[in-house]
Design a protein around this ligand. Structure first.
Ligand SMILES: Cc1cc2nc3c(=O)[nH]c(=O)nc-3n(C[C@H](O)[C@H](O)[C@H](O)COP(=O)(O)OP(=O)(O)OC[C@H]3O[C@@H](n4cnc5c(N)ncnc54)[C@H](O)[C@@H]3O)c2cc1C
Ligand SMILES: *[C@@H]1O[C@H](CO)[C@@H](O)[C@H](O)[C@H]1NC(C)=O
Ligand SMILES: *[C@@H]1O[C@H](CO)[C@@H](O)[C@H](O)[C@H]1NC(C)=O
Ligand SMILES: *[C@@H]1O[C@H](CO)[C@@H](O)[C@H](O)[C@H]1NC(C)=O
Ligand SMILES: *[C@@H]1O[C@H](CO)[C@@H](O)[C@H](O)[C@H]1NC(C)=O
Ligand SMILES: *[C@@H]1O[C@H](CO)[C@@H](O)[C@H](O)[C@H]1NC(C)=O
Ligand SMILES: *[C@@H]1O[C@H](CO)[C@@H](O)[C@H](O)[C@H]1NC(C)=O
Ligand SMILES: *[C@@H]1O[C@H](CO)[C@@H](O)[C@H](O)[C@H]1NC(C)=O
Length: 522
């Protein structure tokens, strides 16, 4: 299957076609309104501006048959807002043309805004917009490998399962997402926890170059030698600086993973907690091992709350002794052990889309007492949801992910990022609470309120045991949490300076409101 080559060729020819046929630039003050007299005008100035800019073939309107199917590609129901139109560029040049046209139309007049979308897996809805236009990068989804530089060049609209499948053919992989449906674009701007995090740090730490479309339409590289301040800011700093049109990641030799996944009765909660804590406390010689643990209410897999684990050895070695071993000896409700490629693992671990999803996250010291209390809070949370939904109308997931302190040293060695974990200096557990609601918006609002209360209680529990850490991981944060503000004053200052330097007119603060904005950090 060489379809990605055809896709790349198609993208190249369409740039040429679009550029040739493009009309003259509209006047900056009022825009070129001559099309409004034409029979083909949508009557919506930003969408007409895109047509005028030569991108008419890239637009989707609500009246088009492909519009609803495209909206359905956002992961969660609550993130599926319906814009005036979507523009689906096929090249960096088209992204630049689209952004420039949108920013200039009527000099920004009107109560509408712009959203940028890669894989659409943000559950805060930050990649979608109702009153405005979405720049949807889904059609920029190829991955290629530069063997000489050992770099994988990945377009933002790729989902990780597709990126891995294409790179596998070249014998390499990258430190990307674990769920195959997650998009490359948002994942890497928010950090990115991968199976390789023990070895490589966050996914963003392995990005050696970003190709970025800036607010003024310029297409630039950001790497260690060119625009190095922007390079560092983009590593974890989110959607504050530009639209990334290509991520060049250090490639890793492809190697099948040893992949063990289990469901256990919650009577074994303590053992699962001990495995998570033990993993966070392991030394760096075990960096090729990775563990995800979570507690869950999900009647489709088990009537009661259960614990789940995914243990991976990235070298394909199942006989390494780790803190997970004790869990392997316990009777499981379900277990599977396979040796498989990253593409297969990503394919097989896609969380089903559709329902309304809420999430929130915290970090705390790797203390089993805190995790046990957090697990109790999960059980209480599930009971609170049962107060207004039947047991099969919702699913919860309560993750405990080990974050050993040596991960921040890896980030530093790779040029530094915005997450500020170097200030933490202790082995930690990242807690992420999630709730999926299958009924209606009213029940979802109540579930969100209950999740907020549960988050406050987990925070309080960690504080009361002197284990709270002021770090809120952007990729899992609820919109109400101050993620960027938790990354420390030096990083906040760096992000402010870089945003001011590369986006002096504040397009990414004011016109692209989605995502955590550095201008809203106190
Ligand atoms: C089921 C599931 C599994 C997950 N697994 C993991 C995991 O293993 N590890 C982990 O770290 N995280 C994980 N996440 C979190 C995930 O990384 C974030 O939700 C991430 O934002 C998704 O990226 P996306 O491109 O799909 O999202 P989108 O919704 O498309 O974008 C998210 C944000 O980034 C901005 N953005 C996207 N692309 C660009 C771009 N090219 N340029 C500028 N701004 C852009 C958007 O405007 C938006 O604000 C998971 C999430 C889900 C729902
Ligand atoms: C306005 O757009 C029309 C086509 O839509 C084009 O023919 C015309 O030259 C443009 N005028 C200016 C001043 O750009
Ligand atoms: C309207 O769009 C159609 C189809 O794209 C095209 O053939 C036609 O020339 C356009 N008409 C005008 C007035 O631009
Ligand atoms: C990937 O891009 C191609 C065109 O560039 C498009 O046909 C295809 O639908 C895209 N894939 C996804 C999942 O959006
Ligand atoms: C960094 O950017 C410069 C300027 O565009 C470019 O010449 C160089 O190749 C880039 N380096 C990497 C590692 O991509
Ligand atoms: C697997 O790990 C064990 C324990 O660390 C080691 O003895 C063995 O050599 C490893 N096997 C391979 C194939 O690397
Ligand atoms: C794992 O599953 C197999 C069947 O697939 C079963 O025989 C075995 O007992 C299970 N292991 C545990 C620890 O439950
Ligand atoms: C991933 O899943 C898709 C769709 O089910 C399938 O076509 C593809 O072969 C799978 N890839 C791998 C590597 O398992």
């Amino acid at each position: 299957m060489k379809s990605y080559i055809i896709v790349a060729a198609a993208a190249l020819t369409s740039v040429a076609a679009a550029t040739e046929g493009a009309p003259a630039a509209p006047s900056l003050m009022y825009g070129n309104t001559s099309h409004l007299l034409g029979a083909n005008s949508s009557g919506i100035p930003p969408c007409d501006a895109l047509t005028d800019a030569g991108l008419g073939d890239r637009l989707l309107f609500a009246t088009d048959a492909d519009y609803e199917p495209q909206i359905a590609t956002w992961w969660a129901e609550n993130a599926r807002k319906r814009p005036y139109c979507l523009v689906m560029p096929q090249s960096s040049e088209e992204v630049s043309t689209a952004l420039t046209a949108l920013v200039n139309v009527n000099d920004g007049a009107g109560d509408w805004h712009i959203a940028v979308r890669s894989g659409g897996h943000s559950s805060t809805g930050s990649s979608s917009i109702a009153n405005g236009v979405i720049i949807d990068l889904s059609n920029m989804n190829t991955s290629t490998y530069d063997a000489e530089a050992n770099v994988a060049k990945i377009q933002p609209g790729a989902r990780w399962n597709k990126a891995y499948a294409e790179l596998d053919k070249e014998g390499v992989t990258v430190a990307g997402g674990r769920d195959g449906g997650v998009g490359v674009g948002g994942f890497l701007l928010g950090g990115g926890i991968s199976y390789y995090s023990g070895r490589m740090g966050f996914g963003c730490d392995t990005v050696v170059n970003f190709e970025v479309v800036l607010a003024d339409g310029a297409i630039v590289n950001a790497n260690e030698t060119a625009n190095a301040d922007l390079w560092r800011a983009l590593k974890g700093g989110g959607s504050n600086f530009g639209i990334v049109t290509r991520y060049d990641m250090e490639a890793i030799p492809a190697q099948d993973l040893y992949y063990d996944s289990r469901l256990l009765s919650s009577v074994y909660s303590d053992a699962v907690v001990d495995a998570a804590v033990g993993f966070a406390d392991q030394d760096q010689s075990l960096a090729d091992n990775h563990l995800i643990t979570f507690f869950s209410h999900d009647t489709s897999t088990s009537p009661d709350i259960h614990a789940a684990t995914i243990y991976v050895n990235t070298q394909g070695n199942g006989s390494v002794e780790t803190a997970f071993d004790k869990v392997q000896d316990l009777p499981a409700l379900y277990n599977t052990t396979v040796v498989q490629s990253m593409a297969e693992a990503a394919n097989g671990s896609q969380v089903a889309a559709g329902s309304r999803a809420a999430g929130a996250t915290l970090l705390f010291r790797s203390d089993p007492q805190i995790l046990r209390r957090a697990a109790e809070i999960h059980a209480e949370f599930v009971e609170s949801l049962k107060g207004f939904m039947t047991a099969d109308e919702f699913v919860t997931m309560w993750f405990f992910q080990p974050i050993p302190s040596y991960m921040s040293a890896i980030s530093q060695q790779r040029g530094g990022d915005m997450l500020g974990l170097d200030e933490v200096r202790q082995n930690a557990i990242m807690w992420t609470g999630g709730a999926w609601v299958n009924t209606d918006d009213a029940a979802f609002a109540r579930a969100q309120a209950e999740l907020g209360k549960a988050t406050a209680r987990v925070k309080e529990a960690s504080r009361s045991m002197n284990g709270d850490i002021d770090f809120i991981y952007l990729n899992y944060a609820d919109a109400s949490q101050d993620s960027l503000g938790s990354y420390g004053p030096a990083n906040v200052e760096h992000m402010r300076e870089v945003a001011a330097r590369y986006d002096p007119t504040e397009v990414f603060q004011l016109r692209v409101p989605g995502g955590f904005k550095i201008s809203s950090v106190a």
